[in-house]
Write a protein of this length. Sequence first.
Lengths: 280, 218
Amino acid sequence: MPGMVRSKAAWFGVCVAAAAITALLIGSAPDMARAAASRLGDIKAHGTLRAAGVVYQPLITRKPDGSYEGMDMDVMSMIARDLGVKLQIVDAGWDTAVAGITTGKWDIVPTICITPKRQEVVDFTDPYLQLDGAIIVAADNSKHIQSVADADKPDVVFADVAGGWGEEFARKAAPHATHKLFSQVTDADMVQEVLSGHADAAVMNTPITTGIIRKTFGDRIRFIPGWDQPLGIQPCPVAYAIPKGDEALRSFLNMELEKFKADGTMGKLLDRWLSSASLK
Amino acid sequence: MFQFGSLVSYLPYLAGGVPITFGIALVAFTAGAVAGLPMALLRIGGVPGLAAFATAWIEFFRTTPPLVHIAWAYYVLPQSFGIRISDTAVVVAALAASVSAQMAEVFRGGFLAIQRGQHEAAIVLGLAPWQRLWYVILPQTLRLIMGPACNTAVSLIKDTSLAAIIAVPELMNRGEIVATRTFRPLEVLSTVAIFYFVLTYPVALLAGRLERVSRKAF
């Protein structure tokens, strides 16, 4: 009968929704305390060091065939070799980089800025690079943004990488501006947003990324205050992110990084990769 | 395992994406349905040039992914055609084109399902072509296509999530943002899925109900 059929379908839908919600609520038990075993044990047991494949010129980028290269790739390869394991890069974006550590998708994230918010959920090695930020605008932008104050208006659109350091920086620098948050993108995509006029401004690392932008795009991009002048709103100490509380992994990585700094390997790699870097 | 505590304070923000998702779907569906009817008529109309155009339009938008339409409109419209519209308008336009192709096929299915006798009787009664369409064919077609049209609407509501790639602040984009704030993609995206279910299931139920109503008419 028509009446019964109608309520059956509705009942089915209600039951599916109720089952889904109940399952999720039941699953909301507090996290079970994990044994304080270091990830190093797992890495050695599986013979693989998994790293998040984030992209940041020139420290780690993707080649057209999908493989990764860059200064941090070289450093991670050496670390894996010293550990006697294989290096495996897992596809990642800035929006999933930190979550991937807590959910066990990968062991380390290279090239990531230490921020207070991230420090709540993951630990970091000592920084191996110190960066800060500047704002970029298109030279032909009609809004004539000359200073941070000019950019801090609701009609100014910032293109931000969701979950990135740049997003925090941009929100602190221009809290009244409109922020467009993109997932699964890199700094190069944000530069294209600004150049094409879809967005008015973006935050970039200085001096590395701003230097590359200046080299690639010349005077089509203007910097506030200047390509090698940081705004100092939120510095970016670059380090490796590791699981929270993993002191063994942390000491091991710090030792490795110290070694590469001391024998000049890091400096040489940085110079080599910087000289060939371009955002095209 | 799951931890929903950190998510609670973001629920109002997430919920704010629902009207935007619904609005995009509503406008895109209306525009697509309104555009789909003439496309279907042109396709079966028999005027060679127009029929070819309509067929090309329908087949192109049906066989290519809506994501491609959105990305294409976002990059090509400003750069090659100098058309500067808001991101939301870009998504609505791209999805409306997709929907127009699907709805054209839905209408065509409806036209073809009407008994030949109806057409012949209308001709015999001396009705002009537009009168045949307006008084005899179209009312019957609308009754027949209500179910499939609702299915298209459900697909469309889900496809609005594609707007997230150009950072339109609809439900999926807000979900991604909250996931990066709380570092808990699993819980956040489960909640987003529930929101979409709540949006689409009533429409799916409506489709079933309308199908029963349309069967009653005959």
